[in-house]
Design a protein around this ligand. Sequence first.
Ligand code: NAD
Length: 273
Amino acid sequence: MIKRTTDPEEIDFKDKFSLTGKVIVITGGMGLIGKAFTEACLQFGSSVMIADIDKAEPEKNADKLNERFKGRAAGISIDVGKRNDVIRLKDETLKKFGRIDGLVNCHQNKTAKFFAKFEEYTDENWDAVIETNLKGTYLTCQIIGSYMAEKGSGSIINMPSTYSVVAPNQNLYHGTSLGCPAAYSASKGGVMALSQYLATYWADKGVRVNQITPHGVWNNHEDKFEENFSRFSPLKRMSYNHEVAGAAVFLLSDASSYVTGDNIRVDGGWTAW
Ligand SMILES: NC(=O)c1ccc[n+]([C@@H]2O[C@H](COP(=O)([O-])OP(=O)(O)OC[C@H]3O[C@@H](n4cnc5c(N)ncnc54)[C@H](O)[C@@H]3O)[C@@H](O)[C@H]2O)c1
């Protein structure tokens, strides 16, 4: 319940950022950014269901986290592109924690031929990227978001990309083995459109839908890429996964109670010029 007051002294602003008592589902929770989100949510007091593919062993990581967070972490192996898996994710989270307050779609698929040239991209490769990135986000939003809409509250965070906001600067990849596939941009453009759609679709049901767009999150990148990146970035450097997590805490907490349909760009100013 939002307090109807103009007196800020009546407000506990620190408490607004608390996630205590909330239950957050994080897909791709074993990834570079997903791990930072998980840690941040647990530190801010929530329980977290870490959902990732079997190979990533989310259950094992939850066991490790529980040494510090005393049963507030759980893990589940699923494929977000499969309807029955996402239904199982919802059911198991409700069985374990009794409620779901937040959903963070932090998964992405990097196929074996992810960086193939556009002219040579195979349908198989294209479909795999779209199936995980876009269909996976659609399924989790539909299945878990519908539950939130029915209960009358919830916060969803989807993750598009800088390359659904602007086109890639191809100079960034000169002299490196990296690139940005069109399938990735296209899938993330779909994630953006879906997120904006759902923000107004579910606004009157108390479900807020926002996005976080990270950019250039450092993960032992090759030196030449980091050098190129620094040249094109207003902040002159890559980012770190922990620098993205503050935006997730904000959007999952009551501090963002009047924010929906937004896209927080944690991109060091990349899309500002
Ligand atoms: N890292 C960046 O610089 C950056 C920039 C812009 C956007 N993003 C987006 O942020 C999100 C997180 O990025 P990241 O760098 O942590 O990615 P990552 O590749 O490190 O992690 C992605 C996670 O998704 C999991 N995953 C893959 N397929 C899955 C499936 N079918 N079902 C469930 N889980 C699956 C992987 O196992 C992995 O743990 C992604 O959506 C990505 O597109 C990242």
